[in-house]
Design a protein around this ligand. Structure first.
Ligand code: HEM
Length: 300
């Protein structure tokens, strides 16, 4: 399978798919890969998420994507997300009172991603993170064909991202890369706007009440944006979120933005795979992201 050959003719096939009340995942799996199977949905999400992470690696493509590991500028603010992923910052939640440094590029870095794989092997931090991202973004986009894997990671993204103390520019940059990656494969600007709005509303806010994203996981605290630059969510429940502080540098070279394809950081290894939970107020709002996206697609 050659990802490079998928884009041609997308505009022509996407319109009829839209008329059939399909999810965004169904629509673009059909448009790009023809058969709407679980395996093809997973290929689509692998293409999308790998491009979000490392930037364009397939041709032809509709536009350039720097990827979240590249330094960038989001609306005038310099952004560098790499140190959260390469063990440069003690920013991962493994259940303790503060963050720990973990290298998520420990299994080949960019090289396997460019071959449309999550990692070289299957027992690394990189494998776990990448496969969880395929599953999660797949669920958000309505991938539900038999064989598409259910999300097997943690339900509360606030807990997962707890010790990163992310800013509006950092989360905005991440979401912008999702949008650029989608448009590089020919996803329509209307569909991108729907997804971007959902991501910004659910994750790029401070103190949102528990929200359903993965129905099987119920309502969970999902706000990822934490510092003073973040928009306060409607019905904010800040008491449910622990106080934050900027993560400590674990490795000066990596914290400054070391090589994206490095395989070793010298950072302490993870001790447990469980993030610390929050108390979480018992408010449940809306139908969650899956419902939100499905409804928006049906309304187009
Ligand atoms: C729309 C915004 C975002 C969403 C929906 C999202 C979603 C996720 C998901 C589903 C996971 C996997 C959790 C698990 O394995 O249990 C994850 C992990 C991670 N995310 Fe995000 N993320 C977002 C933004 C960001 C941003 C802006 C950063 C900044 C660096 C970031 C850094 C990370 C890191 C480092 C991990 C690994 C955490 C760990 O295993 O401890 N994410 N994210």
């Amino acid at each position: 399978m050659r990802p490079s050959t998928f884009v041609a003719g997308l505009a022509a096939v996407a319109a009829p798919a839209l008329a059939q009340n399909m999810s965004i995942c169904d629509k673009y799996t059909t448009a790009l890969l023809k058969e709407n199977t679980g395996a093809n949905q997973l290929t689509l999400l692998t293409l999308l998420v790998n491009t979000v992470v490392i930037g364009n690696y397939t041709t032809p493509n509709m536009n350039a994507v720097p990827g979240i590991l590249a330094k960038g500028n989001y609306m005038g603010t310099e952004v560098n997300l790499l140190p959260y992923f390469n063990g440069g910052l003690a920013s991962s939640n493994r259940g303790g009172a503060s963050g720990v440094a973990i290298n998520f590029l420990d299994d080949g870095g960019a090289a396997p991603l460019m071959k449309n794989l999550p990692s070289t092997g299957t027992s690394s931090n990189q494998y776990k993170l990448m496969t969880h991202l395929y599953q999660y973004f797949g669920a958000l986009l309505g991938c539900s064909a038999t064989g598409f894997p259910s999300y097997a990671g943690f339900g509360s993204q606030a807990a997962v991202h707890r010790f990163m103390d992310l800013s509006a520019a950092e989360v905005g940059y991440f979401i912008q890369q999702v949008a650029l990656a989608a448009s590089s494969f020919g996803v329509s600007q209307d569909d991108i706007a729907v997804v971007g709005k959902a991501l910004n509303t659910i994750f790029n806010v401070r103190c949102a009440p528990p929200t359903v994203v993965i129905p099987a996981q119920g309502a969970q605290l999902q706000s990822i944006c934490q510092d003073e630059t973040c928009l306060l969510a409607p019905m904010a429940t800040c008491a449910a979120y622990p106080a934050t502080m900027k993560p400590a540098k674990a490795n000066d070279t990596m914290a400054a933005g070391g090589a994206a394809n490095s395989t070793k950081t010298g950072a302490p290894a993870a001790t447990s795979s469980k993030p610390a939970a929050f108390s979480g107020a018992a408010v449940k709002i809306g139908a969650g992201a899956a419902g939100l996206l499905a409804a928006a697609v049906l309304a187009l």
